[in-house]
Write a protein that binds this ligand. Structure first.
Ligand code: SAM
Length: 292
């Protein structure tokens, strides 16, 4: 269907199916006809390429993706939307809709089964209540994908795309930069949705790095990053000793070996600092274990 952007059309389909919006599931459907074609194009949906969409809603973005890509797999949690999607997207034979919580799925397996060697990309207008967990799952599962192009709340875009070493950066910024190169694409006002959310949005693209950072232990790396950012207003020495390394003298030695001044704030650190810190920390942990 091509008129899925029309509020009257949306209302009539939804009322015929007895559907009411769920705030809990972050259901704000796009009604601005200029946005979805841009997401699909900038997201790299093109012939020969597979696309995973998360949260198709009534299918506005899905429609644009199906027109351009070889195959689209759309994952929707709300079972009430499945018969609606069957109606609105009935013309597309290159679409598979899966009724599931994306957080529960083995996406590596899904990609292998559904796309069989095709280049794959992720496009979405993510539900805002779980933006970070979904983005982190997509990145940490190390999926064979080129990019994640998604609409997020403007504040989330600012955080995810903040340059490292600035006040806007957080633990999630480090994680995003570990696996990808994030960029902001364009802004979308709150009145482009039905119902209108209380916030503006931004479309971002996380370009998956072919050369993710090398650290001795990824779990320890993120433990250190999270530990430091929970105490982000303290000096890095106090943040380190207040989190993963309680022995302050040892924390000072580790910072010294990683060439990080003890009095800077965690939010001033850049990727190479976190990586050095993790290397020295893991090295020291091995030595500590060996001497026991
Ligand atoms: N793509 C549509 C659009 O742009 O109009 C709808 C986007 S709406 C912001 C988010 C969609 O994600 C809703 O359809 C919601 O039901 C779905 N959703 C929420 N949580 C989900 C989850 N854990 N897994 C899959 N879909 C989810």
């Amino acid at each position: 269907m091509n008129d899925l952007y029309e509020p009257q059309v949306i209302k009539s389909i939804l009322s015929r199916h007895g559907f009411t919006f769920s705030k809990r599931l972050g259901q704000n459907f796009l009604t601005d006809p200029t946005v979805c074609p841009k997401i699909a194009e900038l997201g790299g949906a093109e012939s020969g390429c597979g696309v995973i969409e998360i949260g198709p809603g009534i299918g506005v973005l899905t429609n644009e993706l199906c027109r351009r890509a070889e195959k689209v797999v759309a994952i929707e949690l709300d079972s009430r939307l499945i018969p609606i999607l069957a109606e609105t997207l009935s013309e597309h034979k290159n679409l598979k809709v899966i009724n599931a919580d994306v957080l529960d799925l083995d996406l590596n397996h899904l990609i292998e089964e559904e796309f069989r060697g095709m280049p794959v990309t992720v496009c979405a207008n993510l539900p805002y209540y779980i933006t970070s967990p979904i983005v982190m799952k997509l990145l940490q599962d190390r999926l064979p994908i080129n990019a994640i192009t998604t609409m997020v709340q403007r504040e989330a875009a600012d955080r995810l795309c903040a340059p490292l070493g600035t006040r806007e950066a957080g633990a999630v910024t480090v994680a995003v930069n570990f696996y990808s190169k994030p960029e902001k694409l364009f802004g979308v006002g709150r009145h482009s949705f039905m119902p209108s959310p209380n916030v503006d949005s931004e479309v971002i693209r996380l370009n998956i790095r072919k050369d993710p950072e090398q650290v001795p232990d990824e779990e320890q790396f993120f433990r250190i990053v999270r530990g430091l950012f929970t105490l982000r207003r303290k000096t890095v020495l106090n943040a380190l000793s207040g989190s993963v390394l309680p022995d302050k003298a040892e924390a000072r030695k580790v910072l010294d070996a990683a060439k990080i001044p003890p009095d800077v704030r965690p939010e001033q650190l850049v990727m190479s600092d976190f990586v050095s810190l993790c290397k020295v920390y893991c090295d020291n942990a091995e030595k500590r274990e060996a001497s026991i």
